[in-house]
Write a protein that binds this ligand. Structure first.
Ligand code: 4NP
Length: 157
C-alpha cells in the first residue's frame, strides 16, 4: 500500500549497483540533514546483481565524497513497487521504458529522474559501469545535483 503521510521515492537503474544506490545514499544523507521525512529505496530493472553489494568503484567514489554505500544490497524491481512508491524515478530512457512495460498502467507512472529533479542537462544519468574512475566521480556530482532538485520538490507544499 502506498504510504500517504511520508512521501516515498524509488530510484531505478539497470543493475542497482552504481547509479540508483548512489542516488539513494546521497538522498538519504541530504534529506536527513535537511530534516525531510521521506522513504527511500532503489532497485534495478535487471536481475544479474541481485543480493550483491554496490560496485566497488562506486562504493569508493561515494566514500570519497562522504556517502556510505556499504549497507546496500541490489534488488530487482517488482510490480508492487508501482503501488508502494509515490515516485518511481528512472535513471535513463531504457530503464524508463522497461518500467513502463512492467507497470501496465497501474499505480505510479515512472518518470526520468534528472528532468523531474529540474537538472537542466543531461536528461539521462550516464552509466559509469563501463567507464573509468572519472565517470564515477562525475556520477557523484550528478547525484548531488539531482538530490538537491529532489529536496526542492519535496519542500514544495
Ligand atoms: P547501474 O550500472 O545500472 O548504474 O547499476 C550497471 C551495472 C551493471 C551492469 C550495467 C550497468 N551490467 O551490465 O552488469
Amino acid at each position: 500500500m502506498k504510504k500517504r503521510e511520508t512521501p516515498s521515492v524509488l530510484f531505478v537503474c539497470l543493475g542497482n549497483i552504481c547509479r540508483s544506490p548512489l542516488v539513494e545514499a546521497v538522498a538519504r544523507q541530504r534529506c536527513e540533514q535537511a530534516g525531510i521525512a521521506v522513504s527511500l529505496a532503489s532497485c534495478g530493472t535487471g536481475s544479474w546483481h541481485v543480493g550483491k553489494g554496490a560496485d566497488h568503484r562506486m562504493v569508493q567514489a561515494a566514500a570519497d565524497a562522504g556517502y556510505d554505500l556499504a549497507p546496500h544490497r541490489a534488488r530487482q524491481v517488482r510490480t508492487a513497487d508501482f503501488d508502494d512508491f509515490d515516485w518511481v524515478l528512472a535513471m535513463d530512457q531504457d530503464n524508463l521504458e522497461t518500467l513502463q512495460g512492467l507497470r501496465r498502467n497501474r499505480g505510479t507512472a515512472p518518470v526520468l529522474f534528472l528532468p523531474w529533479a529540474g537538472v537542466p542537462r543531461p536528461d539521462e544519468f550516464p552509466d559509469p559501469y563501463y567507464g573509468d574512475a572519472a565517470g564515477f566521480s562525475r556520477a557523484v556530482a550528478l547525484a548531488e545535483a539531482g538530490v538537491d532538485g529532489l529536496i526542492a520538490r519535496l519542500r514544495q507544499p
